[in-house]
Design a protein around this ligand. Sequence first.
Ligand code: PMP
Length: 414
Amino acid sequence: MRDDTRRWIEADKAHCWHPFTPQQAWTDGEPLVLVRGEGAWLWDSEGRKYLDGNSSIWTNIHGHNHPALNAAITRQLGEVAHTSYLGFANPRASELAERLCGFFPAGTLERVFFSDDGSTAIECAMKMAIQYRQQTGEPERTGFIAFDQAYHGDTMGAASLGGVSRFHDRFRRHGVPVTFVSGMGALRHLPAEAVRSTAAVVIEPLIQGVNEMRPWPAGMLRELRAWCDAHDVHLMLDEVMTGFGRTGKMFACQHEEVIPDFLCLAKGLTGGYMPMAATLATAAVYDAFLGADDRAFYYGHSYTANPLGCAVALASLDVFEEERVLERLRPKIALMAELLDELRTTTPRVRAVRQCGFVAGIEVDGGGAQVCLAAREQGLLTRPIRDTIVLMPPLCTTEDELRLAIRAIAMAAG
Ligand code: PMP
């Protein structure tokens, strides 16, 4: 082991505290120190090369070290790195808000509230949903409906919407009251008084990520939109994971031509380069915040609309167009389906495979963590959710690289 590597690992084990990480196992293990990236590849401090099977943490949709994304940040650095968004506009934020709203028909999602990560995008939508009701004569509508096994982030509000018992139960009584349902059938059976006190329903459209990559039934999102309309409940879509091409379209809601009242975006927004999020809201929601000062939305963070983040987010949208990312993704999604099917039929330990766009969940018979560790030896970085291996490579991953990734899992699970 190189001296640098040893020094970094020692300092990490002595002082760092990692997210979603049992620290004892971490301290006993041999962590990789990631030092460099290029396209779908990452290098560790020992010079070993790995395919990035998780796009860092579902974030780096165009891979690593993309010249256009790098240039956008460098260019913005030459102007200014950060300015306050409280009381000031900034050019990149104006341009980005306009671009984001341009994905949706006029009169629908017309406003963008910037924040820092997926959790704050959700947090912000929750507060908007509550305050909207206060300002439209329905202050009793304070509740939220979420789906079993959902994951929407880890701040207290966002965690309240979470249905993963291991992560969320211990904080449940400290959070916002939420009604959980298993699906559309259960939603339709909720008592009328529960529905009348609901401000919004929140869902990860098309696929629940942290719930081991489980897709929803086709058509469900459209049914949910109709239910929300019929009951005057806002629809809040969490596209933190699915946004920016992951499902094969720019946004998952476009598969079912659904437009939500709130759309939460993060992760891929900046191509994974900078921590930044956006909560899009409809013109109708925004209008309820106009008028007297006390109708303002008193919410925000120091780094709201950070110019570096906005600049690289704009560059990421340009990459989608210039590199025809979605068009070139289509055959790769089809290839992923073929390879997953082959993996399932030829690897006895693979119990099930699930896919939505360029995301796969590969369920193995016990020992998900051990399979991921073995895959690492085969040159693939992935992370399990319980016994499901998550494969969510950058959208720029080539067909050959995709074959390598699946082969590594086959070897690791074989
Ligand atoms: N919503 C979904 C669907 C997510 O997958 C995540 C993160 N995995 C979040 C919200 C929270 O985002 P962040 O970690 O950026 O706060």
